[in-house]
Design a protein around this ligand. Structure first.
Ligand SMILES: N[C@@H](CCC(=O)N[C@@H](CS)C(=O)NCC(=O)O)C(=O)O
Length: 282
């Protein structure tokens, strides 16, 4: 059963609260920690939430410590929910070589079907269903949701919104992996989590999902031109082509000289939060 969140730590932040909670996840079959920022407005009314999905090697802490999102989220009255990037703990399988791009810290926000990963690696269901239900049951947060993220998590945000029409009011991404079926990080992860049959990969690939998306929710994507992963792993032109072919609205902004780091994210986070605030207010 999904356990109630237990407070791990909390600090005042821009008039609101930046906290971490631990809970037992029925979906993932392990204990999970998430970060939650509640804006000052949450003291006397329910607020909408933006779910941030982080990239490879991250936990729930990278974004809250490095993106500088709290000041604007406080002003806009948006809660920030930040899950971990994979299941963790005793019995959770990892990459056999302990590589950074598969297993722990690299759950790819999908539901694995291949053993030994199928038991715990169900981040797709966790971020789209179990975590929002937990958050909305235990905190002053209503059902208005946005989803955004970075790299593996940028792709996670796109796929989460595309797979669940009507569940999110807006979606955006920083330097997302756009077409995991056709890049080394994605091919490794999808083979490991889903097996060799590429037909089973398509429901977890943003470019494939865009082809027949039942909801044409506009996509906002920022991508740094000095990102070392741009051509090999991220490939925003693939997303652009898929959106053009399907008539899916996309705003793709190439940011001259920015790399893959949280310095890039911190530079444009305000813009993404204001984009989400407009959709969440409607
Ligand atoms: N460790 C890998 C890259 C991992 C990486 O860049 N992770 C990004 C997401 S894909 C990140 O957010 N890292 C954590 C951080 O910067 O705080 C490498 O050196 O090639």
């Amino acid at each position: 059963m999904t356990g109630a969140p237990q407070l791990v730590s909390a600090a005042c932040c821009f008039g609101g609260t930046q906290a971490r909670y631990r809970h037992s996840s029925a979906v993932l079959g392990c204990e999970m920690v998430f970060s939650l920022f509640l804006p000052p407005r949450a003291a006397d009314q329910s607020v909408p939430a933006a779910y941030w999905l982080s990239g490879l090697t991250c936990t729930d802490e990278n974004f809250v410590q490095k993106a500088g999102a709290q000041r604007v989220a406080a002003e806009l009255g948006i809660a920030l929910v930040v899950p971990d990037t994979s299941p963790r703990g005793p019995g959770v399988a990892d990459d056999p070589e302990g590589a950074y791009d598969f297993g722990l810290g690299a759950g790819f926000y999908l539901d694995a079907s291949r053993e030994p990963f199928a038991r715990h690696y169900r981040m797709g269901d966790y971020v789209a269903a179990e975590l929002p239900a937990l958050i909305e049951a235990h905190f002053p947060i209503d059902g208005r949701r946005a989803v955004f993220g970075h790299s593996m998590g940028g792709h996670g945000a796109l796929v989460t919104a595309l797979r669940h029409p009507g569940r999110y009011r807006s979606v955006s991404a920083f330097a997302p992996i756009t077409n995991p079926m056709a890049c080394p990080w994605g091919e490794k992860a999808f083979t490991g989590y889903l097996g060799e049959d590429r037909a089973l990969w398509r429901p977890w690939d943003a470019c494939a999902l865009i082809e027949s998306a039942p909801e044409r929710l506009p996509l906002l994507v920022d991508q740094g031109t000095a990102d070392a992963f741009l051509e090999t792993q991220l490939r925003p032109r693939a997303l652009e082509a898929a959106c053009r072919a399907a008539g899916h609205p996309l705003t793709l902004r190439l940011r001259q000289g920015y790399d893959h780091s949280y310095f890039f994210i911190a530079s444009f986070i305000e813009d993404h939060l204001r984009f989400h605030a407009r959709a969440l207010a409607e």
